[in-house]
Design a protein around this ligand. Structure first.
Ligand SMILES: [Zn+2]
Length: 148
């Protein structure tokens, strides 16, 4: 039988990949700036990734979490599996109703799949640290990009 501790650790790993997915999609948008990542220590849904970005880029960023979590777990998720992201998406869409949501969704999917090494590196650091500043996150991602 799986212990509570093991179940919690697996949940934290999955959540770290989810948050890293948001962050990497943000990082790959030139007008966006990573501000902070936080991974829950309590099991509450209080993990977050803060990115300063135009509303239309935030729509792609909102999809980044589920795509990273899907790849990590091998289980295909939709935005409805992430209630906080679903709410955020609705708010950004209300402010930028002209945005083609499907193209933003595909953009996030493509970034997560082609930049998976970035997602993994950031998720590992987030698991180790629990909190990352925007500057720390940008440095981790820049370091991966210069590796041969
Ligand atoms: Zn999310």
């Amino acid at each position: 039988m799986e212990t509570i501790e093991r179940a919690f650790q697996k949940w934290r790993e999955r959540t770290a990949y989810h948050e890293a997915g948001h962050a990497v999609v943000g990082y790959c948008h030139s007008r966006s700036t990573l501000r902070a990542l936080h991974l829950s220590t309590t099991g509450q849904p209080d993990s977050y990734t803060r990115v300063d970005a135009p509303d239309e880029d935030q729509i792609a960023i909102a999809f980044g979490g589920i795509f990273a979590e899907s790849r990590f777990t091998g289980r295909e998720l939709t935005i409805y599996d992430a209630p906080g992201d679903c709410t955020a998406l609705a708010e950004y869409l209300a402010k930028a109703p002209w945005v083609d949501v499907e193209s933003k969704r595909q953009c996030a999917r493509t970034i997560v799949s082609t930049r998976w090494a970035l997602v993994e590196a950031l998720a590992r650091e987030l698991l180790a640290e629990g909190d990352l500043t925007g500057a720390q996150a940008r440095q981790i991602l820049a370091d991966v990009e210069v590796e041969p």
